[in-house]
Design a protein around this ligand. Structure first.
Ligand code: HPA
Length: 237
């Protein structure tokens, strides 16, 4: 069985899939953190891999950028490949001096102005939540591993670039009352809720609107080791 966007066969994915946005990050995680790795999807270069971590099957597949993209890939993993858990591992920009570059975040909620949920399954809420079960495991694992993960409110934006007359990041923060911004979690949480599955999101702060600090592009892919460890330990718990 295949979908328009995924050539994997039924059974090719593990019950738990880690989802970075970037296909090369998916490859990096597979090559550096998993054993006995098999590439299961190459369609549109949205690479997917299945291997084992400490002997337990785990998959990693890219989501692409934005809610339409993660909406497609997560829907297909849940609905057609019997995936039960998706852990997004992404990056975010910080709206607060309490979240600094390289900090690890576990999502408390995802706020969005997107109509994704409204027109996917009639959900009008602007704030959606991750699965409590996985989040509680992630928070406990962070403590166990000595990772100072911050539980934070995530803004899932449809825009990366906005015109100056929109009032800048301060106006956005005022509207959404969130701690950091990315572009995918809201759609992922909606799909998990709709299909009776589990999802959460872990983020590394890659840039700060407050201090203008950012991780150089060439360091981004490799600077997520702490979060990946947390995601993998959560995946096999
Ligand atoms: N905006 C949206 N998504 C992001 C950002 C940002 O500033 N940084 C990392 N992901």
């Amino acid at each position: 069985m295949a979908t328009p966007h995924n050539e994997a066969k039924k059974g090719d994915f593990a019950k738990t899939v880690l989802m970075p946005g970037d296909p090369l990050r998916a490859k990096f995680v597979a090559e550096n953190f998993l054993e006995d790795v098999k590439c299961v999807n190459t369609v549109r270069n949205c690479l997917g891999f299945t291997g084992t971590y400490k002997g337990v099957p785990v998959s990693v597949m890219a989501s692409g950028m934005g809610m339409p993209s993660i909406g497609i890939y997560s829907y297909e993993l849940y609905a057609f490949y019997d995936v039960e858990n998706i852990i997004r591992i992404g990056s975010a920009g910080s709206y607060t001096d309490k979240l600094n570059v390289l900090d690890v975040v576990i999502s408390e909620s995802a706020y969005s102005d997107s109509t994704f949920a409204k027109y996917t399954n009639g959900v009008e809420e602007k704030t959606l939540y991750p699965s409590k079960k996985i989040n509680d495991i992630a928070i406990a694992k962070a403590k166990e591993l000595g990772i100072d993960a911050k539980v934070a409110k995530v803004h899932s934006a449809d825009q990366f670039y906005t015109a100056p007359e929109m009032g800048g990041w301060q106006a956005v923060k005022e509207r959404c009352q969130c701690d950091c911004v990315e572009m995918e979690s809201f759609a992922l949480f909606n799909n998990a809720n709709m299909l009776g599955k589990n999802a959460t999101c872990m983020l590394t702060i890659s840039d700060s609107f407050v201090t203008s600090e950012e991780i150089p592009a060439e360091d981004r892919q490799k600077s997520f080791t702490e979060m990946m460890k947390l995601a993998l330990e959560t995946a096999i718990a």
